[in-house]
Design a protein around this ligand. Sequence first.
Ligand code: SAH
Length: 400
Amino acid sequence: MTLARLRLNKNADRRIKAGHLWIYSNEVDTAATPLKGLQPGQQCGIENANGQSLGVAYVHPNNLICARMISEKPDQQLDVELLKSRIRQALALRETFYDRPFYRLVYGESDLLPGLIVDRFGEVLAVQLNTAGMDVLKDEVLLALREVLQPVAVVWRNDASARQQEGLESYVALAWGELPDQVLAEENACSFEVPILDGQKTGWFYDHRPNRAALMPLVKGKQVLDVFSYRGGWGIPLAKSGAAKVVCLDSSAPALEGVMDNARLNGVEASVSTLCADAFEGLQQLQQAGETFDLIILDPPAFIKRKKDQGPGEHAYSRLNREAMKLLTNDGLLMSGSCSMHLAEDRLQDLVRIAARKQGRSAQLVWRGGQGADHPVHPAITETRYLKALLFRLVSNSEA
Ligand code: SAH
């Protein structure tokens, strides 16, 4: 079957030739090749203004990102075979970096599978189909995953907000197989129960793994506060590494129940406690109680989801870091995280500097982290590099 074609405007092929995968609707020569009439998810041949092929993309005629490239070959469509080959390629990367099968197996565009996210928990997979182009290939994705990985269960976590923009329904369902009684993630020499059907996102956040690991040698005998803890991805391994006390703060009661389950699973319940509160209120409660900590981790949800949230979002990061610092001992460590792709690392660094100065303290940046190898960055697509983890030491400016 011949593919429909989309012709790009003059020079609009430059980004694609540089390796980018997205085509914006204003880059299409709609007089020559209208977007209207194409089905969401339909695969089309893409050509430059001279009619030269750039490859194949799947389209969404109503979206700003109206097409995502899936191949540079003129006729190569995304089908079970190509899915299997890309999944195998993604798997090989993870197997190079991790001895055990616990990681983000497919990270969308970065693994040349736009719109597809797969998290692996041993023999159980949690899958997000975040675009119409991937959604129409649902059966093929399932088949490809089953053939490459032989999982015991596959779950659709098709409840990400991205689906709304694509006009797709939101649901969570068992796609295939039978879920074991307990789904576990392994990370940093700890085990974690993963609520694969009703947890946040895919049930677990693998992205901060190297940043959590970086703190493990630093905490023996220390007092640690894990803010926005979810189920203890930071707090549990730090307790296991010898922290004297770990307080996990989150506004979600189920997440904090998960923290205690995970504390017991790893034999550290004696040193772990939880505080269920809005982060800002919780920080104030701890201040009023006169508590102090040697290490504070801030791993908030994205405060800047869209460009228009920049001002209020930056303000929230500032306030959060400032309130946390008030609880930090002199010489204490602050791990300041951000998963907002719109917040540049330098800007976060600056917000922390300013917050420290306001308290008559100086911040020293001692370590910089980012997302693990299972969240590879696509160098042409800046959006794929979203995670920041800056470790500061805070010192007083008024020492004797
Ligand atoms: N640190 C976690 C991931 C954080 S996800 C990890 O490493 O796995 C963001 C967390 O922030 C979620 O658990 C969510 O329940 C919590 N959260 C969102 N808004 C909050 C708020 N205003 N106050 C406290 N917690 C909040």
